[in-house]
Ligand binder design. Sequence first.
Ligand SMILES: *[C@@H]1O[C@H](CO)[C@@H](O)[C@H](O)[C@H]1NC(C)=O
Ligand SMILES: *[C@@H]1O[C@H](CO)[C@@H](O)[C@H](O)[C@H]1NC(C)=O
Length: 209
Amino acid sequence: MATALLCLFLALATLSQASANAEGDALNALKTNLADPNNALQSWDPTLVNPCTWLHVTCNARNRVVRIDLGDASLSGRLVPQLGKLRHLQYLELFNNNISGAIPREIGKLKELVSLDLYRNRLSGSIPVKLGDLQRLRFLRLNNNYLSGHIPMSLTTITTLQVLDLSNNKLTGPIPVNGSFSVFTPISFANNPLDPFPTVPLSPSPSPS
Ligand SMILES: *[C@@H]1O[C@H](CO)[C@@H](O)[C@H](O)[C@H]1NC(C)=O
Ligand SMILES: *[C@@H]1O[C@H](CO)[C@@H](O)[C@H](O)[C@H]1NC(C)=O
């Protein structure tokens, strides 16, 4: 009887630990996919009850991860789809590293995200259409990578967008100018093989008669 109770207790403890650790597991998946020559991720111990004491990780009062601050950390390797599990994340700061591979579309699940700073890395592939789901995003800086393909029209629906930098990539196709993109200038798109920046006609073009 006592053994049965102990087993039940251990099973429950393991279960609650597992759910409390889901965000730690996601971050640990990221860690295992990155090379970290300067040991920026040394404090990332997946056996802790949550990642809130890890360096470069910030949690809210309910122990949910809201920030990752790993700019200028000499990291290389790849981003992982598990990042999509950090549902309360507001700031993803990974600029000035050597991260390669694609931007996981799962980042589009981070509905609270305010800032996505992946600039100055070695990211390739296209910008996921799903990033248009980030309806609280204010800062989107993906400049100085090797991103290719078209700029997703879905990004024009992010009404909160204030800062956009897609410069110095390999993006092609049309530059959106409607929706939230109406405030951005050619600087946001510089040094890409994109179509020319559309000029807004000052007067309606004459209709054929
Ligand atoms: C990226 O890697 C190159 C060597 O491959 C190195 O020279 C450079 O300093 C690295 N950049 C960063 C930001 O770590
Ligand atoms: C901007 O125009 C494209 C089509 O050209 C459309 O798909 C997109 O939804 C438009 N964005 C907004 C915010 O209306």
